[in-house]
Design a protein around this ligand. Structure first.
Ligand code: ZN
Ligand code: ZN
Length: 206
């Protein structure tokens, strides 16, 4: 697998590129801003983007989606409980964050346990509500992208619409921590971690 992290936008969101070495097809996870930066990286890697998977609908994770769908023929995936807000520029916060609102219609609405195949890669969808109702983690190989659910030594906000502190803690303990300790955590903001490290040091779940 080809895997890259790009920090994008004024909110410092992590955009991830996961590409197949065999077919050169790529998934973009959370293209939050900086279309040109992400597109340039794809070109450097010789990858063709085929799908966008969104961990949730917030503006800082979706800001460059429109530019990608304008340039490439690709499909947008989001959990079914976040699809309506994604398509509403007030709810998805793009109007507040960027001054200019975008509404995005998802092509595929996901549910817990779904798997997306791309070349030899298999993306497993783990529904982890708490930051938003339809927040997901995406596991590919030994890598889990956790969006704004689980951060390195922290957790996502639970004070926004659809947020719940109880739910986010349950999601982390029961849906994320059941995977192997050596699973790599690639969060929606800030630096990576491992499940083992978060089990030991994350103050919110200890
Ligand atoms: Zn968020
Ligand atoms: Zn965020």
């Amino acid at each position: 697998m080809i895997f890259e992290t790009l920090e994008v936008g004024i909110y410092g969101a992590n955009c991830y590129i996961a590409g197949s070495e065999k077919t050169k097809e790529a998934a973009i996870i959370d293209p939050g801003a900086d279309f040109n930066k992400i597109d340039k990286k794809l070109n450097e890697l010789g990858l063709i983007p085929k799908i966008i998977i969104l961990t949730h609908y917030h503006g800082d994770h979706i800001g460059a989606v429109k530019e990608f769908t304008d340039k490439y023929n690709l499909k947008i995936y989001i959990h079914k409980e976040d699809a309506e807000a994604l398509n509403n520029s007030n709810m998805n916060l793009t109007k507040t964050m960027f001054g200019k609102g975008v509404s995005i219609k998802a092509d595929v609405e996901l549910k817990d346990g779904d798997e997306i195949d791309l070349g030899e890669l298999k993306f497993k969808i783990i529904h982890t509500p708490g930051h938003t109702k339809g927040g997901i983690c995406i596991k590919v190989g030994n890598i889990m992208m956790t969006g704004d659910t689980l951060f390195n030594s922290s957790i996502g906000r639970t004070d926004l619409p659809g947020g719940s502190f109880e739910e986010i803690i349950t999601s982390i303990k029961e849906k994320i921590f059941k995977y192997d300790d050596d699973t790599l955590i690639y969060p929606g903001h800030m630096s990576p971690s491992t499940i083992k490290r978060e089990k030991q040091f994350n103050p919110f779940v200890n």
